[in-house]
Write a protein that binds this ligand. Structure first.
Ligand code: MF3
Ligand code: CO
Length: 261
């Protein structure tokens, strides 16, 4: 069942998302050759704590850290540790926050120093796939309009879409209905209604789609060893269109909160 959220509930999700956005923005300054993923995690954990929130991933099904840091061929759920970033790496950082009964979730992939042209394109295509998918978040559209937009665009650009992990509803739980695959057929799936809130999170691979999980039970890597990118936003469905709650300025320029139910 897809839970509809009131304006007050969306506001609480937005507050969580604003903290996630602030942390992801602050990390940009820190992501340079020489920094370890554990240092990035510690910085994020401290800023989340200072904002009076909790890192949602810590302890989730036994996950040991506050963030996921996924370098190069790691698709998602990389565990921060003593790995040192080096010039030309890419790193996806995924952060979830819990505060006042609600969750917010967002991720992005960063370049470490200068990256090659193929990696630049992988990041640009993954971010654009998310942006194009968000445009489909309109009352009356179907859920798989989001999925198909991501798949069609990524594949057109010569990349592949990960099947093993999907986006999700978000609210009082980190993962709510509906699951939101990054592949599918336009016109299918439930109709979008005002008050739904979705975490849309394309994971796009440079090579083939297949992934494998490390012995740690979390780290998901591409089977072919090629690189993967991940961008995620939490987005509310409103009568005025998509409201990207995890944008740095999630106050929203194109809508007025007052217009929500
Ligand atoms: N954004 C990812 C998701 O929604 C991250 C979950 S990480 C976990 O699935 F550690 F909490 F599992
Ligand atoms: Co998510």
């Amino acid at each position: 069942m897809i839970i509809l959220k009131s304006a007050e509930e969306i506001e609480r999700i937005r507050c969580c998302c604003a903290i996630v956005a602030e942390v992801l923005q602050a990390l940009e300054e820190m992501i340079h050759p020489g920094v370890t993923t554990a240092e990035l995690d510690a910085f994020a954990a401290e800023l989340i704590r200072k904002r009076g929130a909790k890192a949602a991933f810590k302890g989730y099904k036994g996950y040991p850290k506050s963030t996921c840091t996924s370098v190069n061929d790691v698709v998602v759920h990389g565990i921060p540790g003593d790995e040192t970033l080096k010039e030309s790496d890419i790193i996806s950082v995924d952060i979830g926050v819990y505060k006042d009964g609600f969750y917010g979730d967002s991720a992005r992939t960063y370049a470490v120093g200068d990256i090659d042209e193929k990696a630049e394109r992988l990041l640009a295509v993954t971010e654009a796939a998310l942006a194009k998918a968000i445009e489909k978040i309109q009352v009356g559209n179907h859920l798989q309009d989001i999925s198909a937009t991501i798949q069609n665009y990524a594949e057109e650009q010569g990349f592949s879409v990960v099947r093993d992990f999907v986006g999700h509803g978000i609210g009082r739980d980190l993962h709510e209905d509906p699951p939101i695959p990054n592949f599918g057929k336009a016109g299918y799936g439930p109709s979008l209604e005002e008050g739904m809130v979705f975490a849309i999170e394309p994971m796009i691979n440079e090579g083939k789609a297949a992934v494998k999980i490390d012995k740690d039970g979390w780290t998901a890597r591409t089977r072919d060893g090629k690189r993967s990118a991940h961008f995620e936003h939490s987005v509310a469905v409103t009568a005025q269109g998509p409201w990207v709650l995890s944008e740095v300025n999630g106050e929203g320029t194109q809508f007025r909160k007052e217009n929500l139910r």
